[in-house]
Write a protein that binds this ligand. Structure first.
Ligand SMILES: C[S@@+](CC[C@H](N)C(=O)[O-])C[C@H]1O[C@@H](n2cnc3c(N)ncnc32)[C@H](O)[C@@H]1O
Length: 230
């Protein structure tokens, strides 16, 4: 299967779908903001026919998951992206019967997605500005089954880097694979990712910026220590 996925991914990369506007002009050139081949390989290897998958953002990954036979849900705000993907797949005989587009921004769409589906794989690669990757992680990650895989692209970007640093310390996740561009984690529990701060002892505040903040933080810490000692 790895052999055929490799061939499929090479085909898609050699003849990529033209989906995204590549510049901000009135008449932009179309292309695809794709990720690395090894990320696509990793994603494809997690999927068997009928796997339930979810991604934020659309692109080559959407075509790949449809071609791999996943029951795939793609969240994108752009109807034209969905139309271009469907047309690309139709031209190449890729079955899209199990591909569903949920149109809208992920922060609005994901909270409405039914928790009846426990996803096997979630790919986060939509809006990369703070706090959207965190919202995508929270809502889409909450729908991952125990043992399901989370893939996050563009990890050097600021908000994504903060998210990955958090997950790295979070015992609910196991590190799977990582390159400088993307990271993958396996979920070790299930259900909502909601927690209160006292359940996140692994998570530390950024260093204080001035003496007053340092003092306030130190006093808060002493108070909490004293309170827990009683
Ligand atoms: C980097 S591209 C995704 C590339 C794709 N994963 C691939 O492998 O080709 C980013 C995508 O995020 C979508 N996007 C932008 N803002 C979004 C939002 N708020 N919610 C969901 N998707 C969004 C864009 O329309 C675009 O399809």
């Amino acid at each position: 299967m790895a052999q055929s996925f490799a061939a499929l991914i090479d085909q898609l990369l050699a003849d990529p779908p033209a989906i995204h506007a590549m510049d901000g002009s009135q008449d932009p050139e179309l292309g695809v903001w794709s990720t690395d081949r090894d990320c696509y390989m990793f994603v494809a290897e997690q999927v068997t026919t009928g796997s339930a998958t979810l991604e934020t953002g659309s692109g080559l990954s959407t075509v790949l998951l449809a071609a791999a036979g996943a029951r795939h849900t793609c969240v994108t705000p752009a109807q034209e992206e969905a139309d271009r993907i469907l047309a690309y797949c139709a031209r190449r005989g890729i079955d899209t019967a199990s591909l569903t587009f949920e149109l809208g921004c992920s922060d609005e769409v994901l909270p409405r997605l039914s928790s009846v589906t426990a996803f096997d794989l979630v790919l986060i690669d939509g809006n990369h500005g703070f706090p959207t990757p965190m919202l995508d992680w929270y809502y889409a990650g909450s729908l991952l089954r125990r043992g399901g895989v989370l893939v996050i692209d563009d990890i050097p970007l600021p908000a994504v880097a903060h998210l990955v640093a958090f997950i790295d310390g979070d015992p609910r996740w196991e590190k799977c694979q990582r390159t400088p561009k993307w990271a993958a984690f396996r979920r070790l529990d299930e259900g909502t990712l909601r927690q209160d701060w006292f359940e996140q002892g692994f998570y530390t505040a950024p260093p204080p910026r001035d003496l007053a903040s340092l003092l306030a933080r130190s006093i808060g810490k002493i108070r909490r220590t004293l309170r827990s000692a009683h």
